[in-house]
Design a protein around this ligand. Structure first.
Ligand SMILES: Cc1cc2nc3c(=O)[nH]c(=O)nc-3n(C[C@H](O)[C@H](O)[C@H](O)COP(=O)(O)O)c2cc1C
Length: 198
Protein backbone atom coordinates (compact mmCIF):
# COMPACT_ATOMS: atom_id res chain seq x y z
CA UNK A 1 0.00 0.00 0.00
CA UNK A 2 1.17 3.48 -0.82
CA UNK A 3 1.28 5.84 2.17
CA UNK A 4 1.64 9.49 1.29
CA UNK A 5 2.55 11.97 4.02
CA UNK A 6 1.79 15.58 3.05
CA UNK A 7 3.87 17.69 5.42
CA UNK A 8 2.52 21.17 6.16
CA UNK A 9 5.05 22.50 8.64
CA UNK A 10 7.90 24.72 7.49
CA UNK A 11 10.03 23.07 10.21
CA UNK A 12 11.69 20.19 8.43
CA UNK A 13 12.35 18.14 11.58
CA UNK A 14 9.68 19.62 13.81
CA UNK A 15 7.01 18.04 15.93
CA UNK A 16 4.51 17.12 13.23
CA UNK A 17 7.26 15.64 11.04
CA UNK A 18 8.42 13.50 13.95
CA UNK A 19 4.85 12.34 14.51
CA UNK A 20 4.74 11.37 10.83
CA UNK A 21 8.06 9.53 11.03
CA UNK A 22 6.89 7.52 14.03
CA UNK A 23 3.55 6.65 12.38
CA UNK A 24 5.48 5.59 9.27
CA UNK A 25 7.75 3.32 11.30
CA UNK A 26 4.64 1.56 12.62
CA UNK A 27 3.23 1.18 9.12
CA UNK A 28 6.52 -0.09 7.71
CA UNK A 29 6.36 -3.08 10.04
CA UNK A 30 4.28 -4.51 7.21
CA UNK A 31 6.45 -5.12 4.15
CA UNK A 32 3.42 -4.57 1.89
CA UNK A 33 3.68 -0.85 2.61
CA UNK A 34 5.81 1.97 1.32
CA UNK A 35 6.02 5.56 2.46
CA UNK A 36 6.61 8.87 0.70
CA UNK A 37 6.95 12.30 2.29
CA UNK A 38 5.99 15.50 0.49
CA UNK A 39 7.53 18.57 2.13
CA UNK A 40 5.17 21.29 0.88
CA UNK A 41 7.34 24.17 2.03
CA UNK A 42 10.00 23.22 -0.54
CA UNK A 43 7.55 23.18 -3.45
CA UNK A 44 6.26 25.90 -5.69
CA UNK A 45 2.50 25.74 -5.18
CA UNK A 46 0.54 28.88 -5.99
CA UNK A 47 -2.71 29.61 -4.14
CA UNK A 48 -5.95 28.82 -5.98
CA UNK A 49 -6.91 31.85 -8.11
CA UNK A 50 -10.66 31.05 -8.09
CA UNK A 51 -10.59 31.39 -11.87
CA UNK A 52 -13.07 28.58 -12.51
CA UNK A 53 -10.64 27.05 -15.00
CA UNK A 54 -11.23 23.59 -13.50
CA UNK A 55 -15.03 23.83 -13.64
CA UNK A 56 -15.37 22.38 -17.11
CA UNK A 57 -12.35 20.08 -17.26
CA UNK A 58 -11.65 19.04 -13.66
CA UNK A 59 -8.05 20.05 -14.27
CA UNK A 60 -6.25 22.97 -12.65
CA UNK A 61 -4.83 25.45 -15.14
CA UNK A 62 -1.92 26.53 -12.93
CA UNK A 63 1.26 24.83 -14.09
CA UNK A 64 3.38 24.37 -10.97
CA UNK A 65 4.51 21.62 -8.57
CA UNK A 66 0.91 20.78 -7.64
CA UNK A 67 0.48 19.05 -11.00
CA UNK A 68 2.75 16.20 -9.91
CA UNK A 69 0.93 15.93 -6.59
CA UNK A 70 -2.46 15.33 -8.25
CA UNK A 71 -1.16 11.98 -9.53
CA UNK A 72 0.38 11.07 -6.21
CA UNK A 73 -2.88 11.83 -4.37
CA UNK A 74 -4.72 9.64 -6.83
CA UNK A 75 -2.36 6.70 -6.45
CA UNK A 76 -2.02 6.72 -2.64
CA UNK A 77 -3.96 4.25 -0.49
CA UNK A 78 -3.49 6.22 2.71
CA UNK A 79 -3.05 9.98 2.82
CA UNK A 80 -1.71 11.66 5.93
CA UNK A 81 -2.28 15.39 6.22
CA UNK A 82 0.36 16.51 8.66
CA UNK A 83 0.31 19.99 10.14
CA UNK A 84 0.98 22.06 13.24
CA UNK A 85 -1.96 24.14 14.41
CA UNK A 86 -1.52 27.73 13.28
CA UNK A 87 -4.21 30.06 14.65
CA UNK A 88 -6.62 27.14 15.14
CA UNK A 89 -6.20 26.02 11.56
CA UNK A 90 -3.73 24.08 9.45
CA UNK A 91 -0.57 25.80 8.24
CA UNK A 92 -0.71 28.08 5.19
CA UNK A 93 1.38 25.55 3.24
CA UNK A 94 -1.21 22.82 3.78
CA UNK A 95 -4.18 25.13 3.23
CA UNK A 96 -2.72 26.24 -0.10
CA UNK A 97 -2.40 22.59 -1.15
CA UNK A 98 -5.99 21.93 -0.02
CA UNK A 99 -7.42 24.88 -1.93
CA UNK A 100 -5.76 23.56 -5.08
CA UNK A 101 -7.88 20.41 -4.64
CA UNK A 102 -10.74 22.55 -5.94
CA UNK A 103 -10.02 20.74 -9.22
CA UNK A 104 -11.05 17.45 -7.51
CA UNK A 105 -14.10 19.18 -6.07
CA UNK A 106 -15.09 20.22 -9.62
CA UNK A 107 -14.56 16.63 -10.83
CA UNK A 108 -16.85 15.29 -8.12
CA UNK A 109 -19.56 17.90 -7.72
CA UNK A 110 -19.69 19.67 -11.09
CA UNK A 111 -18.65 16.96 -13.53
CA UNK A 112 -20.01 14.03 -11.48
CA UNK A 113 -16.99 11.89 -12.25
CA UNK A 114 -16.81 8.94 -9.90
CA UNK A 115 -14.05 6.39 -9.67
CA UNK A 116 -14.69 2.75 -8.96
CA UNK A 117 -12.01 1.41 -6.70
CA UNK A 118 -11.67 -2.00 -5.14
CA UNK A 119 -9.81 -0.75 -2.07
CA UNK A 120 -10.85 1.61 0.73
CA UNK A 121 -8.70 4.73 0.60
CA UNK A 122 -8.34 6.72 3.80
CA UNK A 123 -7.16 10.12 4.96
CA UNK A 124 -5.81 11.04 8.38
CA UNK A 125 -5.03 14.30 10.12
CA UNK A 126 -1.80 14.23 12.12
CA UNK A 127 -1.52 17.45 14.08
CA UNK A 128 0.13 19.05 17.08
CA UNK A 129 -0.14 22.34 18.96
CA UNK A 130 1.48 24.26 21.78
CA UNK A 131 -1.55 24.79 24.00
CA UNK A 132 -4.22 22.50 25.45
CA UNK A 133 -7.59 24.09 24.67
CA UNK A 134 -10.62 21.91 24.11
CA UNK A 135 -11.36 23.27 20.62
CA UNK A 136 -7.71 23.28 19.53
CA UNK A 137 -8.08 20.84 16.62
CA UNK A 138 -11.71 21.49 15.62
CA UNK A 139 -10.88 23.85 12.74
CA UNK A 140 -8.21 21.54 11.29
CA UNK A 141 -10.45 18.47 11.66
CA UNK A 142 -13.29 20.15 9.78
CA UNK A 143 -10.97 21.19 6.96
CA UNK A 144 -9.50 17.70 6.59
CA UNK A 145 -12.95 16.07 6.75
CA UNK A 146 -14.06 18.35 3.94
CA UNK A 147 -10.91 17.51 1.96
CA UNK A 148 -11.45 13.75 2.42
CA UNK A 149 -15.03 14.11 1.21
CA UNK A 150 -13.78 15.96 -1.87
CA UNK A 151 -11.12 13.33 -2.56
CA UNK A 152 -13.68 10.56 -2.00
CA UNK A 153 -11.65 8.94 0.73
CA UNK A 154 -12.70 7.72 4.16
CA UNK A 155 -11.83 10.14 7.00
CA UNK A 156 -10.02 8.07 9.62
CA UNK A 157 -9.57 8.84 13.32
CA UNK A 158 -6.95 11.60 13.64
CA UNK A 159 -3.75 11.62 15.71
CA UNK A 160 -3.62 14.83 17.76
CA UNK A 161 -0.91 15.91 20.18
CA UNK A 162 -1.35 18.89 22.52
CA UNK A 163 1.14 20.80 24.63
CA UNK A 164 4.19 20.54 22.35
CA UNK A 165 5.97 23.65 21.16
CA UNK A 166 9.77 23.48 21.04
CA UNK A 167 11.09 21.87 17.87
CA UNK A 168 12.15 18.55 19.49
CA UNK A 169 9.27 18.30 22.00
CA UNK A 170 7.71 15.29 20.27
CA UNK A 171 10.99 13.57 19.47
CA UNK A 172 12.09 13.87 23.12
CA UNK A 173 8.86 12.46 24.51
CA UNK A 174 9.02 8.66 24.40
CA UNK A 175 5.35 8.32 25.37
CA UNK A 176 4.14 10.44 22.44
CA UNK A 177 6.51 8.69 20.03
CA UNK A 178 5.23 5.29 21.17
CA UNK A 179 1.60 6.41 20.68
CA UNK A 180 2.46 7.53 17.14
CA UNK A 181 4.14 4.22 16.28
CA UNK A 182 1.10 2.42 17.70
CA UNK A 183 -1.19 4.56 15.52
CA UNK A 184 0.70 3.24 12.48
CA UNK A 185 0.69 -0.41 13.57
CA UNK A 186 -3.01 -0.14 14.34
CA UNK A 187 -3.69 0.95 10.76
CA UNK A 188 -1.92 -2.02 9.21
CA UNK A 189 -3.44 -4.52 11.66
CA UNK A 190 -6.99 -3.26 11.28
CA UNK A 191 -6.86 -2.67 7.53
CA UNK A 192 -8.23 0.85 7.99
CA UNK A 193 -11.60 -0.37 9.20
CA UNK A 194 -13.72 2.79 9.33
CA UNK A 195 -15.05 1.94 12.78
CA UNK A 196 -11.71 1.34 14.47
CA UNK A 197 -10.09 4.00 16.57
CA UNK A 198 -6.77 4.05 18.40
C1 LIG B 1 2.20 31.09 13.15
C2 LIG B 1 1.98 30.15 14.31
C3 LIG B 1 0.70 30.01 14.82
C4 LIG B 1 0.45 29.12 15.86
N1 LIG B 1 -0.83 29.00 16.35
C5 LIG B 1 -1.08 28.16 17.37
C6 LIG B 1 -2.40 28.03 17.90
O1 LIG B 1 -3.37 28.66 17.44
N2 LIG B 1 -2.58 27.20 18.96
C7 LIG B 1 -1.55 26.49 19.51
O2 LIG B 1 -1.77 25.74 20.47
N3 LIG B 1 -0.29 26.55 18.99
C8 LIG B 1 -0.03 27.36 17.94
N4 LIG B 1 1.25 27.45 17.42
C9 LIG B 1 2.31 26.55 17.95
C10 LIG B 1 2.57 25.30 17.06
O3 LIG B 1 1.35 24.65 16.75
C11 LIG B 1 3.49 24.33 17.82
O4 LIG B 1 4.71 24.96 18.08
C12 LIG B 1 3.74 23.03 17.08
O5 LIG B 1 4.30 22.11 17.97
C13 LIG B 1 4.66 23.23 15.89
O6 LIG B 1 4.76 22.01 15.16
P1 LIG B 1 5.91 21.81 14.05
O7 LIG B 1 7.22 21.67 14.80
O8 LIG B 1 5.53 20.56 13.34
O9 LIG B 1 5.89 22.98 13.16
C14 LIG B 1 1.52 28.35 16.41
C15 LIG B 1 2.82 28.51 15.89
C16 LIG B 1 3.05 29.40 14.86
C17 LIG B 1 4.46 29.55 14.31
Amino acid sequence: MKNLFILGSPRKSGNSKNMARAVASGILQSTDNNVEYIYLNALNIRPCQGCGGCNKTGTCVINDDMQELYNKIDEAHRLFFVSPIYFYSVSAQLKTFIDRCQAQWAQKYLLHRTQTRTIIRSGYLLSCAATKGEKLFEGAELIIQCLCDTLDIHYGAPLLVKNVDKIHAVQNNMGIMADCVQFGTHLIKNQDSPTDKL
